[in-house]
Design a protein around this ligand. Structure first.
Ligand code: ATP
Ligand code: MG
Length: 624
């Protein structure tokens, strides 16, 4: 049974009310956990200080208007990809569905790799996907966009507390000794000689670390837990390291930085996160997450109920890479044109490719959340795109590999070779009744010279070929096809150059067969072909994208993904388009009939230079 989202509550946000109705959402284990927590009132008594803060700050606040709090916590060290979209849709979607809020939190505790450019790109990607950190739960300007680096003071204060309480110590062992003494799955670790120092001695050293009295790497602050724990993450994990690096927000204020495993639980707690959802590889970190927050709650720095961590399977999608680091490599080595290359699974790349936010949200909804790793076929994502665009993308004709066709009886029928005739086709032929898209029909010309697809003609037709071919040596007639939206024509011959390359196809138009006229069906045609008239077609650059990798799992068995790069992943053609496309706006999407879905490139397309990207081919339904 699929469970419906909770009914509207007084906490429902204006934006949640404005959200379009969604299809029934499939339940999954995270929904069940949240529903059980809401039923049990696990978080009902929490208070919210109006901003992130410690126990005292929140205790002085009002009852939390958010029934749950989730967060999306990217590290600003690259552009977001489709895997992040899964996490964004999950976290923002759960908050929306259960009367909660979702925080956008930049996890910027690692100064070396983080940059403002990435912060801006992440903001843009989250907004583009249709989510918002302005929750409206506690008033119109209730913004939940946070930076972990704003918590550095608290994190340090917490570190001093842990030292004073005997839960942490400064270790001066070398990195190698520390590694060797950690043990492994078969061997318990060995206590550091520094482990038995008094809290006062440790506090003095921690303060020296912070004051910059020691070089990088000279010592670290470690939790004092259990060097024999079967969970290696509990063998006195490092909490702080010395690193003289300029941080993109705090500059040189700090020369020590918290480790991710220490910082992350604290960030969640200061923000009163209820359900901290992360990927499965953090499962073994959960005991430390709980240990740390319990110790800080004992010290009165945090208050119960504490955040809880839940793990779900990360998205693995065939034919792409979902790792910022590896995507960064493709970008920095110039294998692609940039972070927004339409072949990349970054949200910037998918956007430029023409994917819609709603297709990506539909995809995230469909794949749901589970606790076991699996691979999702790229076709699932393409299917969501087609579903989204099928009833909304206006149709247009485009000839991608043009071959000239001359209607030999045109002048005779029209009195002049230059005469033209107006044709129309609906912009959206199959819009379901009650659909809200009402677009005027498309208008275009028919004339003596046309452009057709090169493979819609065969001088010697293969068996069963239904499109244009000339009369055959055995006396068989030239074939008849319908020019979509116009007349039936019959092929009479062709011209080829000295190499046998076909340069021109000849046909005659059969009068009285125009689409929509009473005689339209008087002559049978075996196929309909797409075309544009030389008189009004507009030229365009069309970028035909294929998969960036040749293999579904470019890294399977430890393979080097660079070896799997598809050298033909981009083919650029000069096409002729129906004139309606001259008005296309950047990012406007169309279905080029018989070819697939295309978008006007958001960077390069302009009225003076039309540039379209293929988003996805149509399902192959045209046969021979
Ligand atoms: P990457 O390895 O690509 O850098 P990451 O996990 O290190 O990914 P973060 O910026 O730390 O990147 O991720 C932010 C959030 O997105 C995390 O909560 C993480 O769990 C989630 N996330 C990242 N990749 C995926 C994925 N493939 N599927 C689902 N969630 C993901
Ligand atoms: Mg990471």
């Amino acid at each position: 049974m699929s469970s419906r989202p909770a009914p509207p509550t007084p906490h429902r946000t204006p934006s949640a009310e404005a959200a379009p109705p969604t299809e029934a959402k499939p339940s999954h284990f995270l929904r069940q956990i949240i529903e059980a927590d809401l039923q049990a009132g696990t978080y009902a008594s929490r208070r919210w200080g109006g901003s992130p803060g410690d126990a005292a700050h929140h205790a002085a606040g009002a009852p939390d208007p958010a029934r749950i709090r989730t967060r999306f916590p990217p590290e600003p060290n690259g552009y977001l990809h489709i895997g992040h979209a899964k996490s964004i849709c999950l976290n923002f979607g759960l908050a929306r569905d259960y009367g909660g809020v979702c925080h956008l939190r930049f996890d910027d505790t690692n100064p070396e790799k983080e940059e403002q450019e990435y912060v801006d790109a992440i903001d843009a990607a989250v907004r583009w996907l249709g989510f918002d950190w302005q929750s409206g739960v506690a008033g119109p300007s209730d913004s939940h966009r946070y930076f972990a680096s704003d918590y550095f003071d608290f994190m340090y204060r917490a570190a001093e507390y842990l030292v004073q309480a005997g839960h942490a110590y400064v270790d001066e062992q070398s990195a190698e000794a520390m590694r060797a003494n950690r043990g492994d799955f078969n061997r318990p670790g060995l206590n550091s000689p520094d482990r038995s120092r008094s809290p006062a001695e440790n506090l003095e050293r921690l303060r020296q670390m912070r004051a910059g009295l020691h070089p990088d790497g000279a010592m670290v602050l470690r939790a004092k837990i259990d060097m024999a724990s079967p969970n290696l993450n509990l063998r006195d994990p490092a909490l702080y390291r010395i690193r003289r690096a300029t941080h993109h927000r705090t500059g040189d204020a700090w020369c020590i930085y918290p480790m991710y495993t220490y910082a992350h639980p604290i960030e969640d707690a200061l923000e009163q996160i209820t359900h901290s959802i992360c990927t499965l590889e953090f499962e073994d970190q959960r005991p430390f997450y709980d240990w740390l927050l319990e110790r800080l709650a004992e010290g009165g720095l945090l208050q119960h109920p504490l955040p809880r961590q839940y793990e779900f399977a990360r998205l693995n999608l065939t034919y792409v890479l979902t790792s910022k680091r590896k995507l960064a490599q493709l970008v920095s080595e110039g294998r692609v044109s940039g972070w927004d290359d339409p072949r990349l699974p970054t949200l910037a790349g998918l956007r430029r490719r023409g994917y819609t936010p709603s297709a990506i949200r539909l995809f995230a909804e469909r794949i749901g959340a589970s606790k076991s790793d699996s691979w999702i076929d790229y076709a699932t994502l393409e299917g969501c795109l087609r579903e989204d665009l099928e009833h909304s993308a206006p149709r247009a004709m485009a000839v991608l590999e043009p071959l000239k066709l001359v209607l030999q009886n045109w002048a005779e029928l029209h009195g002049s070779p230059d005469a033209t005739e107006r044709c129309t086709l609906p912009a959206l032929p199959h819009t379901p009744e009650g659909g809200d898209v009402a677009l005027p029909p498309r208008q275009f010309l028919l004339g003596r010279e046309l452009w057709i697809e090169r493979d819609d003609f065969a001088a010697v037709p293969p068996k069963g070929y239904k499109r244009l071919h000339p009369p055959q040596a055995d006396g068989g007639p030239g074939n008849r096809v319908r020019l979509k939206g116009a007349y039936v024509i019959e092929c009479t011959g062709y011209r080829a150059d000295a190499n046998g390359h076909i340069t021109e196809v000849h046909a005659v138009l059969l009068p009285g067969t125009k689409s929509g006229s009473p005689g339209a069906d008087s002559v049978k045609a075996k196929a309909a072909i797409t075309w544009v008239a030389a008189a009004d077609a507009v030229p365009a650059e069309v970028r035909l994208y294929e998969r960036l990798f040749n293999t579904a799992q470019p890294e399977a068995g430890g393979a080097d993904f660079l070896q799997a790069l598809n050298p033909d992943s981009l083919q650029t053609v000069q096409a002729w388009l129906e004139p309606t496309l001259a008005q296309a706006q950047p990012e406007q999407r169309f279905q080029f009939e018989r070819h697939g879905y295309f978008v006007a490139d958001r960077h390069d397309h302009s009225p003076a230079r039309l540039v379209f990207n293929r988003i996805a081919a149509l399902k192959d339904s045209w046969g021979k």
